[in-house]
Write a protein that binds this ligand. Structure first.
Ligand SMILES: N[C@@H](CCC(=O)N[C@@H](CS)C(=O)NCC(=O)O)C(=O)O
Length: 194
């Protein structure tokens, strides 16, 4: 059986959990900062990042790192169509804002203040702002109106931003509406970290 390793709060893990909602799998909920789970991660996945997927292929264990590669693995396994280049770019936008927010979240949990005069924070904030404005416009033009993988990734990002209060979403009305419209989906409520 497919085994998905992750945590309930990670937006990168949640996208795969939502995507696998109708596929039989086991979810292994890791405490990524606990010593025991870090050891497990170290052995199976030296990137020390989640999600990670494990599958049995002809009796051998196949491990796949990184949500993007996990998605590609699943599309091949279940013979689903590949993403279009436009969707790949949408994913890159979502991932770039997500990565910047993860880095700033880890810094804030390390008691490092987000000082906007410092280059690191300036770069991340510029990126997050620019990407969210672009995604807001994409939502307005109907690019995220069907529930496909990029849409699931966008939902997971926006819901995580709201959950952790990572960004002032005022003015990004299309993204807020998009979040509202999808919040009652069964696979969304079933994976809500709150
Ligand atoms: N590119 C990776 C990013 C995954 C990622 O950043 N996961 C976070 C949790 S949201 C993580 O494991 N961070 C641990 C760390 O940075 O040490 C993917 O798409 O799976």
């Amino acid at each position: 059986m497919l085994k998905l390793y992750g945590s309930t709060t990670s937006p990168y893990v949640r996208r795969i959990r939502i995507w696998l909602a109708n596929t039989q799998h086991e979810f292994i909920n890791l405490q990524v900062f606990s010593e025991q789970d870090r050891e497990l991660l170290m052995i199976k996945n030296p990137t020390m990042k989640i999600p990670m997927l494990e599958d049995d292929v002809d009796g051998a264990t196949q491990i796949i790192y990184d949500s993007r590669v996990i998605y590609r693995y699943l599309t091949e396994k279940f013979a689903d169509p590949a993403l279009t280049w436009e969707q790949e770019n949408q994913l890159t936008l979502i991932d770039s804002a997500n990565d910047s927010l993860v880095q700033m979240f880890i810094l804030s949990n390390s008691d490092i203040q987000a000082d906007e005069d410092k280059l690191f924070f300036k770069l991340q904030k510029e990126r997050v702002n620019a990407v969210l404005v672009q995604l807001d416009a994409y939502v307005a033009s109907g690019k995220f109106s069907s529930w496909n993988y990029p849409t699931v990734c966008l939902y997971s990002l926006i819901d995580w931003i709201e959950f952790r209060k990572l960004h002032n979403m005022q003015g990004l009305t299309n993204l807020l509406e998009f979040h509202d419209e999808n919040s009652q989906r069964i696979e969304v409520t079933a994976t809500d970290p709150r």
